[in-house]
Design a protein around this ligand. Sequence first.
Ligand SMILES: Cc1cc2nc3c(=O)[nH]c(=O)nc-3n(C[C@H](O)[C@H](O)[C@H](O)COP(=O)(O)O)c2cc1C
Length: 321
Amino acid sequence: MNLYLAPMEDVTDPAFRMLCKRYGADRVYTEFVNADALVRDIASTTRKLTIHDEERPVAIQIYGREPEAMADAARIVEQAKPDFIDINFGCPVKKVAGKGAGAGLLKDVPKMLEITKAVVNAVHTPVTAKTRLGWDEHSLFLEDGTPFIVDLAERLQDCGIQELAIHGRTRSQMYRGEADWTLIGEVKNNPRIHIPIIGNGDVCTPERARECFERYGVDAIMIGRATFGAPWLFAEMKGLPAPQTMAEKVAVLKEHVLASIAWCNDERKGILHSRRHFAASPVFKGLTDFKQTRIALLRADTKEEVFQIMDEIVEKWGKES
Ligand SMILES: Cc1cc2nc3c(=O)[nH]c(=O)nc-3n(C[C@H](O)[C@H](O)[C@H](O)COP(=O)(O)O)c2cc1C
C-alpha cells in the first residue's frame, strides 16, 4: 500500500514531513516552490529545497509558466538531490492559475507539454507531475468523448514523466464538492498508460484508502488534509503501530511543535505554524465542553503555554477519546 504525503504550501515543511515519514508515508513532497524565485536566488525560496536523508524518498515540487525558467529551476533543484522533481499543474489559486502556472496550464496543454519536456530534458532526476481532472466541468471530455485527463496523461507520459498524480477535481471546483475518482480509474485502466498513477482527493480513513486501491487500481494514494494534526494516519491506514491514546497522540503533537520551532528558528513563528494542525487535529474533535479550551489552545503563543494546555486536555478529556 503506497501512501504519499501530498505537497501542501506552508504545511509540508521538513518538520512535518519527517513525522509523516516516521509513521509510514512512503514518499513525501515539499510544498510547491516558485521557479522564478529559485532562478532569482531568493533566500526564502531556496530554503524550501532543504531536505534530509531520513525523509527519503522525497519529491521537490516546482511551479511556473515558462519552459526555460522551469528548466533552470529544475537544474537548481537537482543540486539539492531530491529523489523526484515534481511539476505542479494543479494549483487552482488565482495568484498561480490566473497567471498561467499550476492548474492554469490545463487551459494551455501545448505549453504544459513544452514545460514538461523542458524539465525532463534539463535533469537526470526522475520527473513526475501532479494535476487535476481538467479546467472546469465543461472541459472534462474531448469532442470524441475521451476524458480530457486520459488524453492528457498519455501526452505527459510521452514527454517522459515517470509518474502522474491526479487530484480528482477540476480547477474551478478548487477544493469544493467531492473528488471524483472514476476518471482517475479510467486513466489507470488505459492500456497505453504504463507509468504509475497516483490518486488523490478526500482519502481520510483506512477504509476509504483500501476502497480506492481496490476499486480504481491506482499505484499509490496521496493524502493531504487528513494528515493535519495526525501524521500517524499513514500507520493507521497500513495497520502499523500508531499512537492510540490521547496522551500518546498529544506527545506526537508536542514533538511537532518543537520541530516547527526549530525549523522556523523562532518560537512564536513555530507555534503559529503548528496552529493549523491543532485546529484540524482529530485529537481535539468532538470533546464535550471543549470550546473555551480550544480557543485558549489556538491563542497560546509560548511553548510552555501550549504544552500546559495540552496537558490539561489530556488530564480532563483523555478518558473520553
Ligand atoms: C493548505 C494546502 C496547500 C496545498 N498546497 C499545494 C501545493 O503546494 N502543491 C500541490 O500540488 N498541491 C497543493 N495542495 C493540494 C493537495 O496536495 C491535494 O491535492 C488536495 O488537498 C486534495 O487532497 P486531500 O483531499 O487529501 O487534501 C494544497 C492543499 C492544501 C489544503
